[in-house]
Write a protein that binds this ligand. Sequence first.
Ligand SMILES: O=C(O)CCC(=O)C(=O)O
Ligand SMILES: [Fe+2]
Length: 439
Amino acid sequence: MASRAMITTGTHGTFGLGSSMPFPPGFNVKKPQLTPRKASEPEKRPSLISPIVDAGLGKTMPQGYKATVAQLGTFELPEQVTGGSRDRRLGKALVQAWRKDGIIQIAMNDTQKKLCDDAMAASRRFFKKPHSEKAACVDSQSYAGYIASGEEVTDGIADYSEIFTITKDLDASDPRVRARWPCHGPCPWPDVEMKDPMVRYSDILGAEGEKLLKLVELGLDVAPGSLTRYTRDGWHHTRVLRFPPRNATNGRGKEGRGIGSHTDYGLFVISAQDDVGALFIRRPSQNEAFANWRKSAAGFKEDADDWVYVPPAYGVHTVILGDMMQYLTRNYLRATPHKVGLNTRERFAFAYFHEPSFQAVLKPLETGCGGGLSKDNVSCSSQEEEEEEEEEEEGIHYGTHFTNMFMRNYPDRITTKRLLAEDRYSLLARPELRIMART
Ligand SMILES: O=C(O)CCC(=O)C(=O)O
Ligand SMILES: [Fe+2]
């Protein structure tokens, strides 16, 4: 049995990824027992961290997977980030937790819990609808809307996830839609019963994302605005997800696999899941080099047996990192590879993606973390080194990265076909789509 990895925070408590080898399948996850805070404890904020007291966390792990079971403590975020010493300490604790574990868990406040519950109810209602009604929710200009189980492709293999994607809802009069920018168009909502709760939940996650990003700036010791400058009019989006039980799939994918191993594209992903369980992540490792914006990381170590299972817990969000955070921090904070299995029951989840503006041209941060951000500590080939130098010069255009990724995942979607047929892709090179460049 592997030894237990723990992080001592220096404020109070410990947290980290626990261990244990395969657990039998089963359910009955208890709510995490957060250590009650004593009256004298507010002094100790921002901390945040309380051990979960539950030895049975691995019980929900889907059958057929071998993994260590995470035992994540829970961070509490302040109402507002003002940049004081508490915020700075919290930011540093978050950054160190991501560097060690690749994932953090944050407590929802009561408003977030309510909005998440409402969104979960709307998701269950939507996915129960007849296929024809769901399939009508597509748009030829945006990638928003319905994706049937078996339609999305990760590393050449169909995923069993059934998804409703929410991107910016832009009608035909929007200048970007009129100018035929790739990926810009309406969100084809089925009805207001789906739209209203999803918009409310996504909006509150947007606010949470900005708060987290400010804390990351403090944690990295970079100037305020170094990261948040890129998220003005951020291309944030949400995936509302349903996974079928493993014995009730349509046979288009791979047995027991919900979504193949991948990294997500932007800054970070804030997720919530029901009590079923199926999410696995990889912890950052010096020996594992990938840069998804250069060469696809889809399928990375998918069948390895050293993944970490993320047990479901009510009332929390988990946060993993995306490609652009890895790029901006020169691998100091790496994108977190993750994958999703199928369990014995259907599973519902949300993944909210906090992203740079579609028009942002990103360049790596130059200072911070006592010089730690200037070191690229991922070894790469000479071709990759050349590409890296070119990137230093030109930066990465987020809209191009996003478009590449969606075209790759949905080669047969009407949106991809129209994008190619109308040569919208070439617009990505235009200066008006790249206005947020750092000089
Ligand atoms: O189902 C989950 O918890 C994660 C889904 C995911 O990785 C994604 O939508 O990109
Ligand atoms: Fe993902």
